[in-house]
Design a protein around this ligand. Sequence first.
Ligand SMILES: *Cc1c(COP(=O)(O)O)cnc(C)c1O
Ligand code: SF4
Length: 340
Amino acid sequence: MIPAAPTSLQQPPHARWQTLWREAIRDPRELLTLLGLNAIASSISEAAARQFPLRVPRGFVARMRPGDPHDPLLRQVLPVLDEDRVAPGFGLDAVGDIAARRGSGVIHKYNGRALLIATGSCAVHCRYCFRRHYPYAEDSAAANGWRDAVALIAADPSIHEVILSGGDPLSLADHKLAELSDALRGLPHLRRLRLHTRLPVVLPERVDAGLLAWLEQLPWPVTVVIHANHAREFDPTVDAAMARLRRAGTTLLNQAVLLRGVNDDVETLADLCERGFAAGVLPYYLHQLDRVAGAAHFEVEDATALALHAALHARLPGYLVPRLVREIPGQPGKTPLGKF
Ligand SMILES: *Cc1c(COP(=O)(O)O)cnc(C)c1O
Ligand code: SF4
């Protein structure tokens, strides 16, 4: 008789969100078939899909409009021929992150806060992502149990806030997150923790009991900066995830990217800000696109961006108007473009 493996050697059971993660769509043609859009298969770029593969959770696909080739959610994830066009000024390290690397996955650009590349993985691959060419494999903070990254933060008492970013930090299993927060817990100069994550939007099942238990025992105030670019990214499952995050005591903010063909009109931007607020999320930043190779077709001219921002200001309460910003390498923070 073969003895059963001791429990300690068995893999921990996977959480439901991890199953949903694995079931994400990765084949552009399968995505188009699901949406009844085989007719636009000729717009797919194999080269772009090789450089940065399609990945999108099925729950997010369910929010796309079948039969609409211009769907704003689809446009954010489908690798298309436009990406192959070489555009002057669009490069591999659009925001100077490689120069700001301190090693061990720590990027320290701004006073008081350090950003930690917690992982290279994301549940969704956004075509405009400024990190789509980032050398993650060379530089992740999770290496050797976070020790080097935490040592860098420990050695700099000017760092009051750690921002978990990536990739998407919530793609890490709960026990990895706990390992990191336990390592940070002893640092007297840490006052705040922040998460930059798109998972509560694209895979809201990630906000499960295990994650909430982790959040609730953290010793610092926690801000969760989500990332949604269009009101239709919210649905009842996202609302429920936001409500759970709020009950866990976190502050919820949204950062969006201004994207041609996705949200570059005032109606769409106002809807996004109002829809987010209905889910308990305040607008934070509206980013001008980082000029990363392959994303030029998403760019909105500054003059248009400023006009949109002014129109938003004229129509919404001040607290629902995000700051229009651009990241300029070498600046002490994101650079405001708008007057408000
Ligand atoms: C955007 C960014 C931050 C956060 O900036 P805030 O203005 O505090 O939101 C921190 N570090 C890096 C490297 C960044 O790119
Ligand atoms: S979730 Fe964020 S980091 Fe990941 S691909 Fe999208 S924009 Fe990039």
